[in-house]
Every structure is written in structure tokens, then in C-alpha cells.
Design a protein around this ligand. Structure first.
Ligand code: DC
Length: 219
């Protein structure tokens, strides 16, 4: 039986940083499910599928061939055999992903891929519905969050460190909008699983969060 760690939470809570570090410490694979939804969004954009046509999104999504590979321990997403990992973190792809990830046919296809991976390997998997839908029997479930202002500040610092100009107020408003979309959508909304441990990272360092989760793994 594989060992499964599920980490859910809103955008910008630090899930991927924490999950990557945990996977490294435990020798597990890290599965970034958001990247799979982004790869599907990239496919839909390339196919010219309109954002507001759920029927076309459903149909086109079934033609996309999305697979995962690992290079130097890092997840790579292949779309029809092409490594698209570096194209996934744009605003355009993020906006399409936030709409197309609400589509039940998109979700069904990607959840199957995620479950197959987790059955074969020990995983740290992060997303929005991992503890509630994808891996309901995960060995450890964590709901990782932080205040919207704290998540906005972290994002602002990340962007300004890269030399990008941005506005803290706009970032915070965007985060609040995405939270609302993720938490109120009809299919697999973001919510804490009943048996998940709640962690608010607003006043915690990355190291403190990782150590706290490792204690749960060792129990
Ligand atoms: O975490 P992220 O920003 O890379 O996620 C991209 C989009 O996919 C975002 O709109 C939330 C959605 N998503 C989802 O619906 N379910 C998941 N398990 C992971 C991400």
C-alpha cells in the first residue's frame, strides 16, 4: 500500500513549497494537481475553446492527453507528449484553469490520473479537493491556509523580488476573488475534510509547518 499525504488549501497558502519539502524529506513524489488543471487549460486555449462554453470544454478535455513524468525529482507535465511545464504559470492559463477546473468532465479525467499515481507511489499531493475527493483515505490530511492579507503580501514580495511592479491591493482583491470561486463552485469546492488537520501558516515559517506535518506522519 502506498502512503498518501493530502494537502489542501486556498491559493497562496504555501502548499507547493511545503509539499515539495515534505516529499524531499520523506523520499515521496510530489504531485502538483494544480499543474494538471493548468495543462488542461493550456490545451483548451490552444484549441481555441471559448471559456463560456462548458459543452465544448467537456468534449475537448476528453481529447487531451495529459501525463506526468519526473526529472531530477521535479514534476513535469506532458501534454500530448510535449513537456509544457514552463508554460503553465501565466495569467492567461491561470484564468482559463480557474474556469475549466469547475467542469465535472475535466475533474473526472484528472482525478482518475491523480488516483492512479497515488495508488502506485508514496505521494505528497496538493490541491483543493485531495482530502475530500481524490484521496479520501489518505494517511495524513492537512488543510493549510493563511489570512488573505498575508498571502497577498507573500505574493507581492515574490513578484517584486523578480523585479515586477505590482499593487498589493490588487493582489489581495484577486486572492479573495479566487477564494470565493474555489469555495463556492458546484463541483468539488475547496473545503476542509472532516479528518484534516487545520494549519494556519500566517505566523509560521516554512520550516515550522514542515516539522508540524512530519510529526503527523510519524504518529
Ligand atoms: O493551485 P493552482 O493555482 O496551480 O491551481 C490552478 C487552478 O486549478 C485553480 O483555479 C484551482 C484549480 N484546482 C482545482 O480545482 N483542484 C485541484 N485539485 C487543484 C487545482
Amino acid at each position: 500500500m502506498s502512503y498518501q499525504i493530502a494537502i489542501d488549501g486556498p491559493a497562496g497558502a504555501g502548499k507547493s513549497t511545503i509539499a515539495k519539502e515534505l516529499a524531499k524529506r520523506l523520499g515521496f513524489i510530489y504531485v502538483d494537481t494544480g499543474a494538471m488543471y493548468r495543462a488542461m487549460a493550456l490545451y483548451l486555449l490552444r484549441e481555441g475553446v471559448p471559456m463560456d462554453d462548458s459543452g465544448k470544454i467537456s468534449a475537448a478535455s476528453q481529447r487531451a492527453d495529459i501525463t506526468i513524468a519526473y526529472k531530477d525529482g521535479l514534476q513535469q507535465v506532458l501534454l500530448d507528449g510535449e513537456n509544457v511545464t514552463t508554460f503553465l504559470r501565466t495569467e492567461e492559463v491561470g484564468n482559463m484553469a480557474s474556469v475549466s477546473s469547475a467542469n465535472p468532465d475535466v475533474r473526472k479525467k484528472l482525478v482518475e490520473l491523480q488516483q492512479n499515481l497515488a495508488n502506485r507511489e508514496n505521494v505528497v499531493m496538493d490541491g483543493r479537493d485531495i482530502g475530500t475527493c481524490v484521496l479520501p483515505n489518505a494517511d495524513v490530511k492537512v488543510y493549510l491556509t493563511a489570512s488573505a492579507s498575508c498571502r497577498a503580501k507573500r505574493r507581492y514580495e515574490e513578484l517584486t523580488a523578480k523585479g515586477e511592479t505590482c499593487d498589493l491591493g490588487v493582489i489581495e482583491a484577486d486572492i479573495e476573488k479566487r477564494d470565493h470561486q474555489d469555495m463556492t463552485r458546484e463541483h468539488s469546492p475547496l473545503r476542509q475534510a472532516e479528518d484534516a488537520v487545520f494549519l494556519d501558516s500566517s505566523k509560521m515559517t516554512i520550516r515550522e509547518v514542515v516539522e508540524r506535518i512530519l510529526v503527523l506522519v510519524e504518529r
